[in-house]
Design a protein around this ligand. Structure first.
Ligand SMILES: [Zn+2]
Length: 416
């Protein structure tokens, strides 16, 4: 299993699949993502899967048919395994040269093509859990693309295991490979109905043994300040400067918890954009919290800021608009706790201590949960995503494959 998994992973990371922000007129955002998606279509066919398809958006789906009796098959939920093929727009994913560092000795790892890129033991606490493992990195000039080609390779390897071991019982498995996750559009055109899974998992997490079942609730707020522009030489008692008012709004938000002062379960307000002039200025703010109440409190805080500033500048117009982006998937997943329980059990059967984790962000899974498909996230083994210092342990990748193989069997066992 080991060798095939690494061969696959190397094959996939060498294909540039970087997605692009702010592309409105085409999907996926870059054509090159389809190169890998096309290869996956061929490989899924070679593995003997049925219904292998790429739709007009580039979504690749396939079916591993159940090998249970027809009455058992009916009782066993169809399980989806999903990973994304694109890599982050932040760092180049062109001409990736993956390197295996055999038997990691616990020191610093210098990436050979750029000695400034050093994976330091002291700055990467997760490395301590992988002394003795074989680590994979890029050569230091690009990201590695373990996010999420590790997930793709792990799903393919798990599926191959079932095709080579017909004696191992499993229900119907659906495979889904998606583009444009890194630009927040991985599920934009995903056809949940046609995918026809009862439950699914994204294989897009990080550390060994982690199952993620919670994401932030997320909303975006925009303050729009309407000032009054007058020639500054004749402006006394007339000019209302939207630039100054916008900066006062930011100064008040800056007193609240922010991304740089919070961790774990703490939410925040994050002013991430300010633009405009005397006549009109906008301030954009991200609102994040794990609880609905926390979201409401934070939205109320912004309203209070709006009112305070509006009171101080009666001649200015100050609007506040708040839009929901995504919600904490926990509220959906807890409707069917087995989805997470079985994943934890699958990790345990791979000889690993399972850990439930929260994600300080969103996932494709959180969107799918609200589109009707419960989808927690499973570890891939990757670390330092979206960076030239991205790394992954070969041994952890194998554990991820084992976890998937166990998980599919557990669903069959518990259902029949
Ligand atoms: Zn990812």
């Amino acid at each position: 299993m080991n060798q095939k998994l690494i061969e696959r992973f190397f094959r996939y990371v060498k294909i540039d699949t970087q997605s692009r922000e702010d592309v409105e007129d085409q999907y996926p955002s870059t054509d090159k993502q389809k190169e890998l998606l096309n290869i996956l279509v061929e490989e899924l066919k070679e593995l003997g899967l049925s219904d292998v398809q790429m739709d007009k958006y580039g979504y690749v789906t396939a079916t591993l048919p159940s090998n249970l009796s027809s009455s058992e098959t009916k009782k066993t939920p169809v399980i989806g395994l999903i990973a994304h093929v694109d890599t982050s727009p932040d760092v180049s994913g062109a001409d990736v040269k993956p390197i295996i560092h055999k038997k990691y000795n616990g020191g610093d790892v210098v990436l050979p093509a750029d000695p400034a890129q050093v994976l330091r033991f002291s700055e990467n606490p997760a490395l301590a859990d992988h002394v003795g493992d074989d680590l994979i990195t890029s050569d230091g000039t690009t990201l590695l693309g373990a996010d999420d080609k590790a997930g793709v390779a792990e799903i393919m390897t798990a599926i191959q295991y079932f095709t080579e071991h017909p004696e191992v019982k499993h229900g119907t498995v659906r495979v889904g490979f998606t583009p444009d996750e890194e630009v927040g559009a991985g599920t934009k055109f995903f056809d949940v109905k046609r995918f026809a899974a009862d439950f699914a998992y994204t294989i897009d997490g990080e550390s060994l043994g982690e199952i993620e079942n919670e994401t932030f609730n997320a909303a975006g707020a925009t303050f729009t300040v309407h000032g009054v522009n007058v020639h500054p030489g004749y402006a006394k008692n007339k000019l209302v400067n939207a630039v100054k008012i916008a900066s006062e709004i930011v100064a008040l938000i800056a007193l609240e918890p922010s991304p740089e002062t919070t961790e774990k379960r703490e939410g925040y307000l994050h002013p991430h954009g300010i633009e405009g002039g005397v006549e009109k200025a906008t301030v954009k703010v991200l609102i994040r919290d794990f609880d609905e109440d926390g979201m409401k409190t934070k939205a109320a805080k912004l309203s209070a800021i709006r009112e305070k500033i509006a009171g101080k500048y009666p001649k200015a117009g100050i609007d506040l608009e708040i839009r929901e982006s995504y919600k904490n998937m926990r509220v959906k997943i807890q409707e069917y706790p087995q989805v997470v329980e079985y994943a934890l059990e699958a990790v345990k059967r791979a000889g690993v201590e399972p850990k439930l984790q929260i994600i300080r962000g969103g996932t494709d899974g959180s969107k799918l949960c609200f589109m009707g498909l419960l989808t927690p996230n499973i570890f891939t083994g990757g670390h330092n995503f979206h960076s030239k210092l991205e790394w992954i342990s070969v041994q952890t990748m194998n554990k991820a494959v084992e976890t998937l193989v166990n998980l599919i069997q557990i669903w069959a066992e518990k259902s029949c």
